[in-house]
Design a protein around this ligand. Structure first.
Ligand SMILES: [Fe+2]
Ligand SMILES: [Fe+2]
Length: 186
């Protein structure tokens, strides 16, 4: 379901379009595939010995436009409904607290990383600190994806009702429509 809004088709997979999804769990899992590709590309970029502006530009577009929306989907739409459906043995609060702390860490790193990628997209090269930032963010985010794919999404699939899933998907679609409208306004 391609909705190509990234600047380089060759660098990263297409953005996930939500039209055909019946469950937000499947949509989030597919967004995780794109994110993983993004962080693998970021690790490779950290090791570059010549400028790679197209790669930097594609990663920049994903991190700047899509990551905040994905985090909002989880924090504002998924987590509250999972809390409401948690069963005693789920240890849901511990899981969600861990993931929320990781989201806060992501937000804290993102401003510096996006500024760095803007420079690399113009043909710049990273210094040692910039390379370290890219490696550090990629490692943390890949670990976050493993936890969400292995624990969060199976719990979501098991606990959410159809009404929950419909409501989450509707909110995800509304977030993307709002973002698309904001992008189209000068
Ligand atoms: Fe996620
Ligand atoms: Fe997350």
């Amino acid at each position: 379901m391609p909705d190509r809004a990234h600047t380089s088709d060759a660098v990263l997979p297409a953005r996930v379009a939500l039209d055909g999804y019946l469950s937000p769990v499947d949509a989030i899992r597919d967004e995780h595939l794109l994110q993983r590709a993004c962080y693998v590309a970021l690790e490779k970029l950290a090791a570059m010995d010549v400028p790679q502006p197209a790669v930097a530009d594609a990663i920049h577009a994903t991190l700047q436009s899509d990551t905040p929306i994905h985090i909002a989907d989880e924090e504002l739409s998924l987590f509250p409904r999972l809390r409401a459906r948690a069963e005693a043995d789920d240890d849901m609060e511990t899981l969600l607290a861990t993931l929320s702390a990781e989201h806060s860490s992501t937000r804290a790193d993102m401003q510096a990383l996006i500024a760095l990628l803007s420079n690399l997209a113009l043909g710049g090269m990273p210094d040692a600190r910039g390379r370290q930032l890219m490696i550090q963010v990629a490692a943390l985010e890949k670990k976050h994806l493993v936890l969400e794919n292995a624990v969060l999404l199976p719990l979501a699939a098991a606990r959410l009702t159809k009404a929950d899933k419909d409501a989450i998907l509707a909110e995800m679609r509304a977030r993307r429509a709002e973002a698309a409208q904001a992008r189209s306004c000068p």
